[in-house]
Design a protein around this ligand. Structure first.
Ligand code: NAD
Ligand code: DAU
Length: 362
């Protein structure tokens, strides 16, 4: 089925952020989305159940490394925007199996850029001017901060420390080069840690919510003093829409939530919310489930984002406060038991066994 008129192409739109973005885009813009997703362990068409049967959304199962498929989708749907989320995204998995990260994040981004360039170069003048390629990236490309360091800005030098971060940094450099060399209207966003509905269950916040609910240990890496800046996923999606609408081609925009928290504080807050929403007298306070385990190798100590550029130039600011966003998020996972069960597949269980069985409790 060809989607007619003003469509956008989204990659990775069945993953955590991508699916939130697709839902928000359809609700707010009303225009169509072609969603290219390989449906790896992290992709879940169930995230898009709300728009099942909506003619404005078409999910295509396929690989961003498949140049012919990408070219065919561009020829058929003639999108005015490509929003590129598809990636291998989990730092711990990149430590165990970096090859998959190089393939999707580097080779896949290169394939998309190359096909986008060919498509864009054949558009008429107005089409070329309006076209946008938005490359979604991460704050992890900037490396790690000490407690007193200023937050990452768009001019902070890249210093990636994990195979994941290095693969994202490589993809950012390719995106930059396609603007500077060929003039392809690329924009890059570097965002901090997202949280909210539909996050794959192996990431810290959903993992801790469900373990707390079920009375399992809550694994905290190292001393729990690592700091992340947290952003509610819907705020990330609205920032991306602002960059598509008003961002300047060739620019990068940092996106963050102004909500730096130590991991241990995030975990204890989740414990308290689960205690409130699902009290369990037999279990007692969930905080006692906290278990310090072997640290992540090369674990970045602190991330912080200076998001003043996107605020100043595009008028974007996060709307959700961390405390209220975390509360909503905990409630969402507690209320969506069937979604949770659908995600606990073999791939998820195998990962949990591999990642936690050998971590020593301290
Ligand atoms: P995710 O792992 O939840 O989703 C990734 C999606 O990409 C999945 O649906 C998966 O099936 C798809 N995919 C993987 N390989 C593919 C391939 N070869 N071809 C097509 N599709 C493929 O990731 P996420 O957390 O939603 O992150 C989305 C993007 O945002 C990533 O680029 C990530 O680097 C970036 N990002 C994430 C965060 C965060 O906190 N989660 C923060 C900043 C930036
Ligand atoms: O900063 C943005 C990045 O945030 C994104 O680019 C990544 O795609 C996304 O996965 C996320 O990376 P993190 O490594 O920060 O997310 P994760 O949820 O895996 O871990 C958050 C913090 O919690 C991190 O410091 C490691 C720690 N942690 C994680 C797990 C899974 C634990 O202490 N225990 C755990 O069991």
């Amino acid at each position: 089925m060809t989607i007619m008129g003003n469509a956008i192409l989204v990659t990775g739109g069945a993953g955590f952020i991508g699916s939130n973005f697709v839902l928000q885009w359809i609700k707010n813009s009303g225009t169509a989305v072609v969603n290219l997703d390989l449906l790896t362990y992290a992709g879940n068409p169930g995230n898009l159940a709300e728009i099942a049967g909506d003619s404005r959304h078409q999910l295509v199962r396929g690989d961003i490394c498949d140049a012919e498929l990408v070219a065919a989708l561009l020829r058929e749907h003639r999108p005015r925007v490509i929003v590129h989320f598809a990636a291998e995204s989990h730092v711990d998995r990149s430590i165990v199996d970096p090859g998959a990260f190089i393939r999707t994040n580097v080779q896949g981004t290169f394939t998309l850029l190359e096909q986008a360039k060919l498509y864009w170069s054949e558009l008429d003048d107005a089409g070329r001017r309006e076209f946008r390629f938005l490359h979604v990236s991460t704050d992890e490309v900037y490396g790690t901060l000490e407690a007193e360091d200023p937050a990452f800005s768009e001019t902070t030098a890249y210093a990636p420390n994990s195979p994941y971060a290095a693969s994202k940094a490589a993809s950012d450099h390719l995106a930059r080069a396609y603007f500077h060399t060929y003039g392809l209207p690329v924009l890059t966003t570097n965002c901090s840690n997202n949280y909210g509905p539909f996050q794959f269950l192996e990431k810290l916040i959903p993992l801790v919510i469900l373990n707390a609910l079920e009375g399992r240990n809550l694994p905290v890496y190292g001393d729990g003093g690592n700091v992340r800046d947290w952003l509610f996923v819907e705020d990330h999606c609205s920032a991306i829409r602002a960059v598509i609408d008003r961002g300047r081609a060739g620019e990068t925009y940092n996106i963050g939530g102004n909500s730096e928290r130590k991991n241990l504080d995030v975990v204890t807050s989740i414990c308290d919310i689960v205690d409130e929403l699902r009290p369990d007298a037999a279990l007692g306070p969930r905080r006692k489930l906290i278990t310090f385990v072997t640290d992540r190798p090369g674990h970045d100590r602190r991330y912080a984002i200076d998001a003043s550029k996107i605020g100043r130039e595009l008028g974007w600011r996060p709307e959700e406060k961390f405390d209220s966003g975390l509360y909503k998020t905990v409630a969402w996972y507690l209320d969506h038991g069937s979604w949770v069960q659908s995600v606990r597949t073999g791939a998820y269980r195998e990962w949990i066994r591999k990642n936690y069985e050998e971590r020593i409790q301290s």
